[in-house]
Design a protein around this ligand. Structure first.
Ligand code: NAD
Length: 316
């Protein structure tokens, strides 16, 4: 029997990471999750604890020795760990520098020293900034992020591509639209459900509610990642992953209100075209590159939001 692939997933106890490991363990893989549980949860991975092909290491990417121990000879590293809170950069200017850039540097160094050669990275649409071309293709430029989060993820991409070239590594960079689904712990759907549970009569929406963005279900996101890795063989492989349409912030509010079975909710707006400093009001990614290879999303943004709302209501 061929040896199983040894796969390391940083951030594997988080929202997207835990769905990824569910899928990786369905195949012939040995999976190690490395996570500091800052936003990840043991309950997202505990169904695998008895699986001999799964192990969980509680550790921090800011501790180089800890990440070096698990990186050695990994056949593949999925680098999912990050601080994904876009808003936070406006009040804490160091968090994304540490949790995203420095953490990624520590991981790449551990890979270099441990002879791990393949990395997949979860990047973001925010690296494009306020793109003038919509939907935005992978070769859009110049890249002018407007949030410290977007800047940090762009810096991570640059580190990854230059390590790939310098140290003969291979990289897959995935620029996600907004990802939603069961186990979501942050983002607009989570926020709106929380607000409406606290007060079912009123929903405060940040900005003017007209922000139009693409939302993709996490199951489709994981499918796209695994599909792209299987089908692409360049030294650096960059893919947008998103849905083919958008939904507005107000539209999301309406879907959630419907799914929660409440009525007569007053929508109020904080005003302005963006929800917060660093918010990109319009986002849709061009996914022709993945489509031309044979992958396309089945769900609309609205369907993904609707399914997520149902799942989150039943989770709590
Ligand atoms: P998440 O917060 O649920 O997952 C991040 C995981 O990383 C958590 O389990 C957390 O405990 C872990 N982690 C954070 N800092 C760490 C550190 N220093 N050491 C070890 N572990 C650490 O977030 P998510 O939504 O699942 O996002 C996953 C990835 O996808 C992130 O890289 C994020 O930037 C990217 N992304 C997410 C979205 C989205 O809509 N959710 C969109 C674009 C990109």
């Amino acid at each position: 029997m061929p040896a199983k692939n040894r796969i390391l997933v940083t951030g594997g106890a988080g929202f997207i990471g835990s769905h990824l490991i569910d899928r990786l363990l369905e195949k012939e893989n040995k999976v190690v999750v490395f996570d500091n549980l800052s936003s990840g949860k043991m309950e997202f991975v505990e169904q695998h604890l008895k699986n001999p092909d799964f192990s969980f290491v509680k550790g921090d990417l800011l501790n180089p020795e800890a990440i070096e121990r698990v990186c050695k000879d990994a056949d593949m590293v999925y680098h999912v760990a990050a601080n994904p809170d876009v808003k936070l950069g406006a009040s804490d200017t160091k968090v994304h520098l540490d949790q995203n850039i420095l953490a990624t540097y520590n991981l790449l160094e551990a890979m270099r020293k441990g002879n791990a050669k393949r990395i997949a990275f979860t990047s973001t649409s925010t690296i494009y900034g306020e793109a003038s071309i919509m939907p935005t293709p992978e070769n859009y430029g110049p890249l002018i992020p407007i949030s410290l989060y977007g800047a940090s993820k762009l810096a991570c991409e640059a580190l990854i591509t230059s390590y790939s070239h310098t140290f003969d590594m291979q990289a897959w960079i995935f620029r996600f639209a907004n990802i939603v689904g069961p186990r979501s712990t942050h983002g607009i759907t989570v926020d709106f459900i929380k607000k409406l549970k606290e007060n079912p009569l009123k929903l405060e929406i940040l900005g003017d509610g007209k922000q139009e963005k693409s939302y993709l279900h996490v199951s489709e996101c994981v499918n796209a990642i695994l599909f792209a890795i299987e089908k692409s063989k360049q030294e650096v492989n960059i893919f947008n992953i998103g849905s083919e349409d958008t939904i507005s912030a107000t539209g999301i509010g309406k879907v959630i209100v419907e799914e929660m079975g409440i009525s007569n909710v007053e929508f109020t707006y904080t005003g302005g075209s963006r929800g917060w400093k660093g918010d990109v009001p319009r986002m849709r990614l061009d996914i022709e590159k993945l489509k031309s290879m044979g992958w396309k999303p089945a769900y609309t943004s609205e369907k993904s939001i609707r399914d997520t709302t149902k799942a989150l209501i039943s989770e709590n």
